[in-house]
Write a protein that binds this ligand. Structure first.
Ligand code: LER
Ligand code: MN
Length: 286
């Protein structure tokens, strides 16, 4: 499993879970120094100067890119499932630009808050019809570039459909859309009955994970059994990123990043020593 942190290319607004704000050399150097393998990148206009400079620095420091996050577009009122066709069209066009960028950056594109909300007076089917049609447009752009589109189940206080991991799986099965999931343990803690079980159930559809404790800080800073979830994913052979998409507004982002790095190296040492122990036991049996 690889590890990463979230980074916004631009100065991140309050409430955005970008652990590092600004694609500066200072931030990128620090992420590398702490031993992370990559970043999730919040972008706005992917071909502007600051995004291109950030991409260049990430390459220079040999950091990978997991998910590219278009959440800022939701802040601009652009939604793939919006009832207004003009808004849907603009959302598809702007996310399309992010897909082009993802092709160049070798990342995936997350589909989270940009889904938009089901209206109170309409059925889920009516909303899903609009949202799925926009997804089909995006897939036409993403497929030839080999860019995966990953739907993030997000808790009910932020959006009103696809809240739990199970609902994410059901949506993909129901529509047959060739998309994947990005799970987030912070949201799962609110929406899923058993995080460990649902991680396993959703794993065949999952390409990326935001790996946060109950308070949206690094594992070990809240009250979830993050060691258990790490072990479950490791044992199941998950090969993707565990990303600290943390909201460090009450502690310093650096402290959160250090605690995350400590957690991951502690878990790697533990896995390593249990592997050695098992090999020793097998040798003794022989
Ligand atoms: C984004 O990954 C996320 O988790 C949402 O809460 C939207 O910011
Ligand atoms: Mn997330």
């Amino acid at each position: 499993m690889k590890t990463s942190v979230s980074l916004s290319v631009f100065e991140s607004p309050r409430g955005m879970p970008a652990l590092f704000s600004g694609g500066t050399e200072k931030n990128i150097k620090r992420i590398k120094e702490l031993g992370y393998d990559g970043v999730d990148l919040f972008v706005r206009n992917p071909f502007d100067e600051e995004t291109q400079r950030t991409l260049h620095l990430l390459r220079q420091y040999q950091l990978g890119i997991g998910a590219i996050m278009p959440a800022a577009l939701a802040g601009e009122g652009l939604f793939l499932g919006d009832v207004n066709p003009e808004i849907r069209k603009e959302a598809v066009q702007r996310i399309g630009e992010i897909i082009d960028f993802a092709g160049e950056a070798e990342g995936m594109v997350s589909i989270g808050l940009v889904r938009g909300n089901q209206l109170e007076e309409e059925s889920l089917e009516a909303f899903e019809e609009r949202f799925s049609a926009s997804c089909r447009e995006l897939l036409k752009l993403a497929d030839p570039l080999g860019v995966a589109l990953i739907i993030e189940p997000i808790n009910r206080y932020e959006i009103n459909t696809i809240n739990s991991a199970k609902e994410g799986v059901d949506f993909l099965k129901r529509t047959g859309l060739p998309m994947y999931l990005m799970l987030d343990t912070f949201h799962m803690n609110i929406e899923d009955v058993d995080i460990g079980e649902e991680l396993l159930n959703a794993l065949p559809f999952t390409k990326h994970i935001h790996f946060l404790d109950s308070n949206r800080l690094a594992p070990s800073m809240g009250h979830l059994d993050m060691e258990n979830y790490y072990r479950i994913l490791h044992k199941a052979g998950y090969q993707g990123y565990l990303c600290l998409e943390a909201l460090a507004d009450k502690v310093s982002p650096d402290e959160c990043a250090v605690r995350g790095a400590d957690f991951f190296s502690f878990m790697r040492r533990k896995e390593e020593s249990s592997r050695e122990k098992n090999t020793g036991e097998i040798k003794e049996c022989i």
